[in-house]
Design a protein around this ligand. Structure first.
Ligand code: MGD
Ligand code: MGD
Ligand code: SF4
Ligand code: MO
Length: 740
């Protein structure tokens, strides 16, 4: 207990000394450890998730010492989630990569940047001259700045001249992109967060926002004083988000298409559709109506495990809402049927005219801080500015802006991420370059990716942290600056372009990805051609403005400065398609007939459970960042497996028992058992964050034929008690970095 004297000193603002810290009065926080009172606050945007919260990063002595929510930012209005609030801790963490490392005699050895990049160019040139340009595969990320991703696309496709360029976004957003293109003729989430507040009904499908987009939870607040509306959550688990819902539909895994078709059936039967909208703005309604007629409530109930009453109530709530909003995330996208499930969702919005109006949208909630910016500016599954490889005019446009012959621009995309990995295993891809992604933990069916990482002749890993389970395999590690150390823009789920600003210098010799790309271009001899007079990411932004001008994702209308001052600006405004005109040849959206097939690996006598994998609020993906934040890591230090009490009793398992998950691909031992009604009988869940107990050793290497997105959410597994000999055994991966 503090003495009266101490209390007095606190009151008058004199520094006081405790055992550990010196405290002083901070104008914003009251009493704070003096070491945490910044000299200045730098306005920036959170570098974790796609909510895109505005924040202020406090700096003292070139160290990031504090973070607070930006009260003027329209997305988060001053609030932050636990990851955002502790984000400054990642910058100085011991796990940061600080110098380029080149494998010499089997050992990663520090080298100069010059030697690192000279070697990289030399090795890649040699490999490409022996096996062809497309023997190089490059995988980027939704966590680079737009300026960086744009620069990278040109470097890979026009500099290194390989089309085999993709992003980790294929593990994430690809199904939403494909589904939007199939329904509307273009990518681009039609709605905004503001719509969630204005909707009468919010339907969340396979989206656990309470854990994964926590600050969006404020948008579905239904406490007294807010607009009366309903929240329905469709998820096989009783997630924290499901607990917030008015109605939780604990659907059988992959029952979603049946449910959505069944809702359409009831809407048509009850006349709860917008005939004018359908007639003016869609194609294919007659066939669609005939098709969904077979999805009767009884039939849908048998597939989904829901009651007919639940299905009907959901349909009536959706159909009677003046404005209805559907949000979805990975419970939809992570499936071999992901893209078509997205079109089924779009169907619902189209037949009820719930699109292009305030409160009404089919809205894919994105994942990473810049998933959107990278899919707009990317040179991966499409050409920059949502242009198409197979459209001659689009290629002409770009060739003109870039001042290059049009035949330099490929007429079709190269291999998608899973196909790059497959090609590496088969020996067609001989060199791999990963930028800001950690496939040894995040790619499905670990054994295959391990084979790819081991078999290529040259593997470059460019990451802010080292070692990581992927950088352990590398021939060359390039240390990158991360969020907080570099400048550019991120675009969030609602198309809001926000500025990320540098607050501190990168550690050691780490450099911004942008600078690394320009240096590589220099060494490749293409710098002046591809990046004339470029020096900073702002040069990339200005070219991107010209490239996107007049396109749907038009950045030409706002400068960096305007974005910064406005706390983010949405391209396309609050909603797209207000006029009901879609970017298709006849301006109409297309209704799709979507069959409901059983998911690919059904449980059987040997593998009798369905494994679901996902996230928790405390951790970010492969934990390169959040394992470094003591506060977060101590809350959830290890992976667990959720099992229903019914199954635990049947298998004679007790809470906290150590269990092993076996699948046809491998086994993960030593998981802590949580016995809980959160999962239904016959289903188990584990987080994918932990390299030590890597869920992707057991997951399935099956991909959506349209989007190439993996089926991360269902595979067949068996659960057994972990034998003593397998306890705390080293993971099959070669190393795991632990916080010291
Ligand atoms: N804390 C935290 N936040 C994050 C991230 C993180 O790693 N940590 N990652 C970010 C990224 S990149 C992404 S993509 C998002 C992901 O955000 P979410 O998609 O919300 O995350 P997941 O936990 O992967 O999966 C969501 C839900 O899908 C459900 N699901 C599984 N199978 C089915 C099914 O058949 N039908 C339906 N309807 N649902 C199903 C799961 O039970 C789970 O609750 O989160 C972002 N935010
Ligand atoms: N089983 C299962 N697997 C999944 C999922 C699932 O739900 N279940 N979800 C999938 C999804 S949706 C996603 S998005 C992926 C994510 O998978 P990953 O992309 O592998 O995940 P991260 O851990 O975010 O990896 C980003 C890497 O970039 C580094 N990094 C951070 N910032 C920078 C930077 O500015 N520059 C550079 N050069 N490096 C940086 C980090 O240290 C980290 O190593 O995982 C997928 N894998
Ligand atoms: S909700 Fe997402 S953007 Fe906002 S603070 Fe949390 S991690 Fe950052
Ligand atoms: Mo993601």
């Amino acid at each position: 207990m503090s003495s009266l004297f101490t209390q007095f000193k606190r009151l008058v603002g004199i520094d006081i000394r405790s055992d550990k810290y010196t405290y002083a009065k901070d104008p914003d926080f009251g009493y704070t450890a003096t070491s945490r009172i910044p000299e200045k606050w730098v306005k920036t945007t959170c570098g974790y998730c796609s909510v895109g919260c505005g924040m202020l990063l406090g700096v003292k002595d070139n160290k990031a010492v504090a973070v607070r929510g930006n009260p003027d930012h329209p997305v988060n209005r001053g609030k932050l989630c636990p990851k955002g609030l502790s984000e400054h801790h990642i910058l100085e963490s011991p796990g940061r990569a600080k110098q380029p490392l080149l494998r010499k005699n089997g050992v990663l050895t520090p080298v100069s940047w010059d030697e690192a990049l000279d070697t990289m160019v030399e090795r890649l040139r040699d490999i490409q001259s022996r096996y062809g340009n497309e023997s190089l595969g490059v995988v980027g990320t939704g966590q680079l700045l737009t300026e960086e991703f744009y620069t990278l696309g040109k470097l890979v496709q026009l500099g290194f001249r390989t089309r085999n360029h993709d992003g980790n976004t294929t593990l994430c957003m690809a199904s939403a992109v494909s589904g939007y293109k199939l329904s509307f003729g273009s990518d681009g989430p039609p709605g905004s967060y503001a719509d969630m507040e204005q909707a009468d009904l919010i339907l969340l499908i396979g989206a656990n926002i309470a854990d994964n987009h926590p600050i969006l939870c404020h948008r579905v607040d239904r406490s007294p004083g807010t607009k009366p509306r309903k929240l329905i959550v469709v998820d096989p688990r009783v997630t924290k988000t499901a607990m917030m819902a008015d109605l939780h539909l604990a659907i059988k895994p992959r029952g979603d298409i049946a449910l959505i078709n069944g809702i359409a059936h009831i809407l048509i039967r009850e006349g709860l559709i917008d005939r004018d909208y359908i007639a003016l703005h869609t194609n294919g309604f007659e066939e669609f109506a005939a098709y969904v007629a077979t999805f009767t409530p009884a039939h849908v109930a048998s597939i989904t495990g829901l009651t007919e009453a639940q299905i009907t109530e959901t349909a009536l709530l959706y159909g009677r809402a003046k404005a209805a909003f559907i949000g979805w995330t990975m419970g939809v996208n992570h499936s071999t049927q992901g893209a078509v499930t997205v079109t089924a969702i779009n169907n619902l919005a189209l037949i009820t005219g719930n699109i292009g109006r305030t409160g009404a949208a089919p809205f894919s909630i994105t994942g990473q801080c810049n998933a959107m910016g990278t899919r707009e500016s990317g040179f991966t599954s499409s050409l920059p500015g949502y242009r198409k490889f197979d459209n001659p005019q689009d290629r002409e446009d770009l060739a003109h802006i870039w001042n290059i012959p049009v035949d330099r621009i490929p007429t079709a995309r190269g291999l998608a991420y899973p196909d790059i990995i497959e090609a590496a295993v088969q020996g067609r891809v001989k060199a791999l370059w990963f930028i800001a992604t950690n496939p040894a933990v995040s790619f499905p069916n670990y054994k295959l990716v391990e084979q790819a990482l081991q078999s290529v002749e040259f593997l470059v890993v460019q990451d802010g942290f080292h070692p990581t389970p992927t950088s352990d395999f590398a021939h060359l590690v390039l240390p990158a600056a991360i969020w907080g150390e570099k400048e550019g823009t991120y675009t969030n789920s609602e198309r809001r372009v926000s500025k990320a600003n540098p607050a501190v210098r990168p550690p050691g010799e780490a450099r911004p990805d942008f600078d690394i790309f320009l240096d590589l271009a220099e060494k490749l001899g293409v710098r002046q051609e591809l990046y004339p007079n470029w020096h900073t990411p702002h040069d990339a932004y200005q070219e991107w403005q010209r490239v996107s001008a007049g396109r749907m994702c038009d950045y030409s209308k706002f400068s960096w400065q305007q974005i910064d001052e406005a706390n983010g600006i949405q391209w396309g405004g609050e909603s797209l398609y207000r006029d009901g005109i879609f970017p298709t040849p006849d301006g109409r959206a297309k209704l799709h007939l979507v069959p409901c097939d059983p998911f690919i690996e059904q449980p059987d006598a040997e593998y009798d459970f369905i494994l679901n994998t996902g996230r928790t609020v405390e951790h970010w993906h492969t934990r390169t960042k959040t394992a470094e934040v003591e506060l977060l890591n101590d809350m959830v230090p290890n992976a667990w497996l959720e099992i229903n009490p019914y199954d635990a009793t049947r298998l004679e398992l007790k809470p906290h028992d150590r269990v092993t998950v076996h699948s046809r691909r491998g086994a993960v031992a030593d998981l802590e058992l949580r016995i809980t009604g959160i999962v239904a009988p016959g289903q188990v869940f584990m987080p994918f964050h932990f390299a030590e107990t890597n869920s992707n050793i057991v997951t399935l290497g099956s991909f959506d034929p349209i989007s190439r997105e993996p089926n991360f959410k269902q595979c067949a597994v068996r659960i057994e008690r972990t034998p003593m000999r397998d306890r705390r055994r080293a993971s099959p991966q070669r190393s795991v970095r632990h916080r010291p």
